[in-house]
Design a protein around this ligand. Structure first.
Ligand SMILES: O=C(O)CCC(=O)C(=O)O
Length: 297
């Protein structure tokens, strides 16, 4: 069921769990493949940017549908266009697609509205599928709720003039299990996340290490098994908060997660082997149910 009241009031809607598990991994592999193509190959337009630390990195790919039938299917049929159609109040068709790569030290985006870039259509929704968590620490989208029907002035680059942008009430639209996070390295590969439960201000640290995330989980649970079962096994001032944290950690397991609580006697061994936790089967069943709910929404 889509939260249309929030959509109408703010102009934005987050659909948690839109892509999960193997389906998400598949789309990540497609995107890696597209990113690796040379500019112009198969009609793909590639754009690179200069990074703050020097060097350059790919920041955008456009015109990708002819290259990858799976991405074409994802963006032109099924749940995405159905949801967009429901938000628009009429059947939706894809107008433009692109992949943005947000590298640490990249330029990001100047405040703008998309509509001025689409002079040939009167009504649009922009859909972002976040393939990685999108948090305040790694550069999530910020919006100004409620301005969706107000065309703002633009500068020569088509963006909202900086003086006006500075007066607006921007709010982050984080997506991922944690409402906030803080990058602890310039590369963004070590990230602190709030994991309250054992104590109100409890933090954990995530290290992105190639294909794995390593979580220094402190006292979120004593064991990996109690995290997986959602059992609050230690001292906790508020068990509901602790359980929500454990549920957030289970969401992280959509990507391989080496989970290392301080008191788990098996933590050292898991780190040495870089062994990820395995979600019980019923978790993927829950994801399927959410997906089916979206399809029938
Ligand atoms: O993901 C973002 O932060 C903004 C992307 C965007 O506004 C765009 O591609 O036009």
């Amino acid at each position: 069921m889509l939260d249309l009241d929030t959509w109408r009031a703010s102009g934005a809607l987050v659909v948690p769990g839109f892509l999960e598990g193997e389906e998400l991994d598949q789309v990540r592999r497609w995107v890696d493949d597209i990113e690796a193509q040379p500019d112009g190959a198969h009609g793909i337009a590639q754009y690179d940017e200069v990074l703050a630390a020097g060097g350059s990195a790919r920041c955008r790919s456009e015109n990708i549908l002819g290259f990858n039938p799976g991405i074409r299917e994802l963006l032109t049929r099924g749940p995405l266009t159905e949801i967009a159609g429901e938000l628009l109040g009429e059947p939706a068709v894809l107008y433009k697609e692109k992949i943005n790569y947000k590298n640490p030290g990249g330029a990001g985006f100047a405040p703008h509205q998309d509509a001025p870039a689409y002079p040939f259509v009167t009504s649009t929704v922009t859909c972002m599928i976040a393939l990685d968590d999108s948090t305040t620490g790694n550069g999530c989208l910020d919006i100004v709720p409620g301005l969706q029907h107000a065309p703002l002035p633009t500068d020569e680059a088509g963006c909202i003039p900086a003086e006006l942008a500075a007066t607006l009430a921007w709010q982050p639209v984080p997506y991922g299990p944690f409402p906030s996070s803080a990058r602890m390295t310039r590369a963004g590969d070590v990230i602190a996340v709030p994991t309250p439960g054992h104590t109100p201000g409890h933090l954990s640290v995530l290290v992105n290490d190639g294909d794995r995330q390593i979580m220094l989980a402190g006292d979120t649970s004593y064991l990996d098994s109690t995290m997986l079962s959602g059992t609050v096994d230690g001292v906790s001032g508020d068990e509901t908060v602790a359980q929500a944290t454990l549920a957030g950690i289970r969401e992280l397991c959509a990507r391989p997660l080496v989970y290392l609580p301080s008191h788990d006697p098996k933590s050292a061994e898991r780190l040495q082997e870089r062994r990820a936790v395995t979600l019980p089967r019923h978790s993927s069943a829950a994801a399927m149910v959410r997906r089916l709910e979206l399809q029938s929404a």
